[in-house]
Design a protein around this ligand. Structure first.
Ligand SMILES: *Cc1c(COP(=O)(O)O)cnc(C)c1O
Length: 396
């Protein structure tokens, strides 16, 4: 019989029924340390009291009205995102891919409004991941996601990662914008060099292009700053966020400067569910915590500690791990054994992590972990490494 749930996922054989902070509990009552956080989504862990209480309260008042009317939670959350970023304005959707779609449409529409309808092409980078809609798979450019889905959506040109000569050569009279993740997530935790981001900004200004950052994974504190691009001092014209801002409630947002957004007139874009009162209540609650003055400095402290502990782990198991990668609490272990196999062995030790491209294991814990969680994680990673060593599955 064909599975009632469309079998598009390779699921691990476990189902979780309850969460508490950095731990998940399976149907059989077993407890797991969660260093996947729903792929960088549960930024404050599971069942955070402020988020739970906020959602409970909103659920008793109002769920949905549509964007035919004002939604006070949207106005509040947008104003806070604007105050905390480069942006002047925000569009709310329900996912990362929708945030990217909005960014792509906005960049094209900007050029159209500026008298350049011929400029619709967007340059992206090898190893990118921007979501699974037709435009997002075209932007990501990965053959495995494009295969069998018809002609690739027109208007995306891809160049090698952080390759300046290739980027310059790809900019043409039809180019509208450049799109990049400041740290590639699915692509294997590859940070874009700061100098390259600066040059991208300069090229955009020289050629009348817009700079789009995909901060769906890196945003909302994941790297120790509210947004990853703040480390570089380079600001985009448009930015997509999602994952962390909802803390587990589905939402995404497209942030932009007034200049980039000015051609998005009433009727030019819409979402039925986007920015609904439930999502906005939770998004505001996430910001209550993440924007508290002590929160991001603590993320930076704990990520320094985690990194140092992981370096020790890598040194202790040279046949299993090659190096530590990433920024803040968006960490990766480049593996010398197959990453998917390691993740499975790790899960047998009751710890969750997420595979990424380039044979990397991603560690994306809740942002509010403590040193004890890091120590527990390193012990479990070490136990999994010893299993593979004992089985003779390591490199050299
Ligand atoms: C997860 C992700 C997306 C897609 O988000 P969805 O919510 O799955 O549509 C886009 N870009 C990046 C960088 C991501 O990590």
């Amino acid at each position: 019989m064909f599975p009632p749930v469309l079998p598009t996922y390779n699921r691990a054989d476990v189902a979780f029924v309850r969460g508490e902070g950095s731990y998940l509990f399976a149907e059989d009552g077993e407890r797991y340390l969660d260093f996947g956080a729903g792929i960088a989504v549960n930024a404050l862990g599971h069942a955070h009291p402020h988020l739970v209480e906020t959602l409970r309260e909103q659920a008793g008042k109002l769920w949905h009205t549509s964007n035919l009317y004002h939604i006070p939670g949207q106005e509040k959350l947008a104003a806070r995102l604007v105050a905390a970023s480069f942006a002047d304005t925000v569009f709310f959707g329900n996912s990362g891919a929708e945030a990217i779609e909005c960014a792509i449409k906005m960049a094209r529409r900007f050029q159209y409004g500026a008298g350049h309808p011929e400029r619709f092409r967007i340059i992206t980078f090898e190893g990118a991941f921007h979501g699974r809609t037709l435009a997002a798979i075209a932007a990501g450019g990965q053959a495995k996601y494009l295969e069998g889905f018809g002609p690739k959506v027109e208007g995306f040109d891809q160049v090698p990662f952080a390759d300046l000569a290739a980027l310059k050569a790809a900019i043409g009279p039809q180019t509208a914008a450049l799109l990049i993740e400041p740290v590639q997530g699915e692509g294997g935790l590859r940070p874009v060099p700061t100098e390259f981001l600066r040059t991208m900004r300069k090229l955009c200004d020289e050629h009348g292009l817009l700079l789009i950052f995909d901060e769906v994974q890196t945003g909302v504190g994941r790297t120790g700053k509210l947004f990853a691009h703040e480390w570089s001092g380079v600001t985009p014209d448009i930015m997509a966020i999602a994952k962390g801002i909802g803390g587990g409630f589905p939402m995404g947002a497209c942030l932009a400067t007034e200049r980039a957004a000015r051609a998005m007139a009433p009727g030019s874009h819409a979402s039925t569910f986007g920015g609904n009162p439930l999502a906005m209540a939770v998004g505001n609650a996430v910001l209550d915590v993440v924007l508290a003055p002590e929160f991001l400095p603590q993320v930076r402290r704990i990520s320094g500690y985690a990194r140092q502990q992981l370096e020790g782990l890598v040194a202790a198991h040279p046949g299993v791990f090659a190096e530590v990668r990433g920024e803040g609490l968006m960490l990766g272990l480049k593996m010398k054994v197959p990453n998917a196999e390691f993740v499975n062995v790790l899960r047998s030790h009751h710890m969750l992590a997420v595979p990424a491209g380039d044979n990397v294991v991603r560690l994306l814990p809740p942002l509010n972990i403590e040193e004890s969680h890091v120590r527990e994680a390193v012990a479990l990673l070490g136990a999994a490494a010893r299993d593979l060593e004992a089985a003779g599955k390591t490199a050299a």
